[in-house]
Design a protein around this ligand. Structure first.
Ligand code: ASP
Length: 306
């Protein structure tokens, strides 16, 4: 992003602008630039990410690693969608900048340089989509944007980044136990995300149900509890074959079905609501969009979320 004519920051930079003056990290002999789109990340749609997944799969046949540079606003969602759709072993590393290149102290070059280092790193092979920001390597499955400014805006709660980048090199410290890959191009865009809050009413939920949404993710309180006033709408959705997925509005927290009162986490699971485990609402929505391209069966969806 650059402010070229006093209009405010605009997406005008090309890949070659970002790479100008950037030294090649040790061990990297060649970088090929592909300008895929020059848009704010909030303008991207599901069909764009399907395209991007195709392009990445293609490139992974002939390149050792791939770096995707995008705006940070939807980085946590798009990197996760690519993670679910990619399935290859060549590293795919997303990065961005919290401060545009011309801002003093911008993190743009450093993040890009680090992303290239990770994309060319042997230990990154087979780890799915990664996100590199602020000298840290995150799994796309876990990373969230917690701050609107600050080079440390991205975080993987509760366990922290899976790796760090030091002047010595890239050091992975842990690995995710499981990777998921879904071969589909039939993603469902009509998946709603509803944040629950104190003393809310069911109007928004009802609106999504009556407008033909094909899936609903609830960002519940604590370990998965919602106000009881939502229960009739949740039942109605499930009765109509609309999967209702439960995530926590507390960052980095699990859904734990222990509360049996009306609207409590255990109560909801007994009603047929699907737990998203530790995926937050944004990630659970991405996963449901992808899974609905594979199956509409509630039991199968539950299994794939478990
Ligand atoms: N609003 C910008 C975007 O996501 C933020 C950034 O450039 O990081 O496109």
């Amino acid at each position: 992003m650059e402010d070229t004519e006093g209009e405010g920051l605009m997406p005008v930079l090309r890949g070659s602008d970002l790479l100008a003056d950037l030294p090649l990290p040790a061990g990297v002999s060649e970088i090929e630039v592909k300008d895929w789109k020059t848009v704010p990340s909030s303008h991207l749609r599901v069909k764009d990410v399907i395209d991007l997944a195709k392009l990445i799969r293609e490139l992974s046949q002939s390149f050792d690693g791939i770096v995707v540079v995008q705006g940070t606003d939807t980085l946590e969602e798009i990197s996760y969608m690519i993670d679910l759709l990619y399935g290859g072993s060549a590293p795919v590393v997303f990065t961005g900048a919290m401060y545009p290149p011309r801002f003093i102290g911008s993190d743009a070059k450093r993040n890009l340089f680090n992303a290239i280092r990770v994309a060319s790193c042997f230990d990154a092979i087979g780890q799915g989509a990664l996100v590199v920001m602020n000298d840290e390597v995150h799994s796309a499955v876990e990373v969230i944007k917690l701050k609107s400014f600050g080079v440390d805006a991205f975080s993987s709660l509760p366990f922290g980044p899976i790796g760090v980048i030091t002047p010595k090199g890239v050091e992975f410290r842990r690995k995710l136990l499981k990777r998921e890959f879904y071969e589909t191009e039939d993603l469902e865009e009509k998946v709603a995300l509803v944040k629950t809050c104190f003393s809310m009413n069911p109007d928004t939920l009802d609106l999504f149900i009556s407008s033909g949404y094909k899936g609903i993710v609830l960002e519940a309180m604590g370990c998965g509890n919602v106000p009881p006033v939502l229960v009739p709408s949740i039942r109605e959705a499930i009765r109509n074959g609309i999967p209702v997925v439960l995530s926590s509005r507390c960052s980095g927290s699990d859904i734990v079905p222990i509360y049996g009162y009306e609207g409590g986490s255990l109560y909801l699971v007994r009603e047929g609501v699907i737990s998203a485990g530790r995926l937050n609402g944004l990630k659970a929505r991405i996963k449901l969009m992808v899974l609905l391209g594979i199956t509409r069966d509630l039991e199968e969806l539950k299994e794939r979320f478990s």
